[in-house]
Ligand binder design. Structure first.
Ligand SMILES: C[S@@+](CC[C@H](N)C(=O)[O-])C[C@H]1O[C@@H](n2cnc3c(N)ncnc32)[C@H](O)[C@@H]1O
Length: 233
């Protein structure tokens, strides 16, 4: 992932992430005046949706460039640079969208988040899950992320000591003029890491994607996000 490098182009290429973050906030709203620590806040999609509910948001992210963009987009949140995959300072509630799937050991990370919360403290979590981008993954093979489905994520939450109060998967079919535009969107939003394919393999991938997943004058990609409202046990 290259979020720090792509902070300037993230919003332009992250329409699905924006919709999922806004849906997550609407799925289980906080009370006006609640204090929420957001992890991996990026450019502030979820931050702004929480602020609109009258929530006090401490927005944190590991990337200084993301924080700079976020601070401009959501200036009434308190922005701090913070690593999310480690011990966390005490928080009344935690919210996060589009971050946890990057953790090598999400159970361990979630245990650290739980330890920062009081008993029954809320976790509002949005995480991409299978079948997100399955068309692309069928062609490239898995990696670098380990993709989990809804049941596997719910098990991760249980093992980390969270009781899930409500959950659901939002699936959407995104369209792109061609496979190369999908690749550009992924690249521009920073979700791609170091290239795993050589130029010839990339050309073949784009040609195969265009052939297999064209619907009319666009190609399609499935996006899927698990929305979770949970409390610390
Ligand atoms: C896909 S973006 C999601 C941003 C935002 N939550 C949204 O929904 O648009 C992931 C964000 O997590 C941040 N991030 C990635 N790994 C992180 C870590 N270990 N600790 C804190 N932030 C991290 C990135 O800098 C990036 O801003």
């Amino acid at each position: 992932m290259r979020f720090d490098e792509r902070a300037g182009s993230y919003e332009e290429h992250a329409a699905p992430q924006r919709r999922f973050a806004e849906a997550l906030a609407a799925f289980a709203p906080f009370h006006r005046g609640a204090q929420v620590t957001e992890l991996g806040a990026g450019t502030g999609f979820l931050t702004n949706a929480l602020l609109a509910q009258g929530v006090f948001v401490e927005a944190t992210d590991a990337s200084p460039a993301m924080i700079e963009v976020g601070q401009a987009a959501a200036p009434t949140a308190v922005w701090k640079q913070r690593e999310a995959f480690g011990a966390q300072p005490k928080a009344k509630a935690i919210a996060s969208s589009g971050l946890l799937h990057w953790a090598a050991d999400p159970v361990l990370v979630l245990k650290q988040w739980r330890d920062a919360l009081p008993k029954s403290g809320r976790l509002l979590l949005g995480v991409p899950c299978d079948p997100c981008l399955n068309e692309l993954r069928d062609l490239t093979g898995e990696g670098p992320i380990r993709w989990r489905d809804e049941a596997q994520w719910l098990q991760v939450l249980d093992h980390a000591g969270f009781d899930v109060r409500a959950h659901g998967v939002l699936e959407s079919t995104e369209t792109y003029p061609s496979a190369i535009d999908l690749m550009r969107a992924l690249h521009g939003s920073g979700v791609t890491g170091s290239p795993r394919l050589n130029p010839g393999e990339l050309r073949n991938l784009i040609r195969d994607y265009d052939r297999l997943h064209r619907k009319g004058d666009a190609v399609v990609a499935t996006w899927a996000w698990l929305l979770v409202d949970a409390v610390a046990r």
